[in-house]
Design a binder for this molecule. Sequence first.
Ligand code: ADP
Ligand code: ARG
Length: 339
Amino acid sequence: MLLHKHLTPELKSRLERLTTRNGWTLRRAIQSGLDHEDSQMGVYAGDSETYALFSPLLHPIIRDHSGYDLDGHPSDFSLEGLPQEALDPSGEFILSTRIRVGRNLARYAFPPAIGARARAELEAEVVQVLSGLKGELAGEYHPLASLSEVQRRAWVEQHFLFKPGDRFLDSAGVNRDWPRNRGIFHSTDMRFIVWVGEEDALRIISMQSGSGLAEAFHRLKSALDVLGEQLDFARDSRLGYHTACPTNLGTAMRASVLIRLPRLSRRPDFHARCARLGLAVRGLHGEHSDAEDGIHDISNATRLGVTERDIYRQLWTGIRQLISLETRSGILNDTRRGN
Ligand code: ADP
Ligand code: ARG
């Protein structure tokens, strides 16, 4: 765990004395790592100030995790000159495409540290802005507490809604006052979704069935343009967008496909092969879930020190290659069988 690697006894006694304006302390920042030995990082930020005040611990952890030297995080949403056709027009491999970004508001503590009253205020402010969205982004907001259990489960199962009870988030304080003042905004066609009050104040999501990565990207970009004009997102020029978990800093973007690769994914080097393409593998129901029927969630591994355009290109190229390997291994198997 990166926390253990970088928190020396000297640093601990130096940082133990510090508290951010929102009451975030070293102890609160590292609680999740102390509770869960299987954490990769083990730290959470309670607000933007955390990244400055606790930088002697957080910057080395962030550098180590991202391989980026914190010398200026770039942003570029243009797709000019990149391939924009569907990755899998026949729909043989890719079931769906999703791109999300995390955002927090500069004026508020982040979900690990926010108090009940501020969480309610933040929700009201965000919902007011979301209610003004027009065209394909227009939709409605459902507080989590207002959903029937049947509806809630169905949306989780359909990949639209977050799950409750993540143990890492629990230790970080994110699940306090659950389920109050959390919720989901969605457009009528469910292609544009915003989670309010999960791990980050906002998770802004563009998703659709099939392999239209460019379409999902353009939709997300137009939503971010409108929302960014009305909401003051927490960010700085070195770390990019500030997120509760430092693994999401930078673009805070995870672009993924749900893809069926039954032959390739059986090979022992599948994860290593994806890693060499800059891709991370999750299961059918997101983080900490397992693959089913050879279906995996494959996304960009890096969010910091790269642009949104880089992420798009890396996913597009990497997935194209995985599909070609899957197809070739099918042909090879058939040839060996003498077909
Ligand atoms: P996050 O992506 O917000 O970090 P998770 O990995 O837990 O969090 O994923 C959240 C939800 O999004 C899960 O239900 C997951 O299956 C779903 N999801 C991720 N990628 C896709 C995709 N390409 N198509 C459909 N659903 C997806
Ligand atoms: N705290 C967890 C760890 O350090 C988070 C890993 C990234 N996942 C996330 N949902 N932010 O392993």
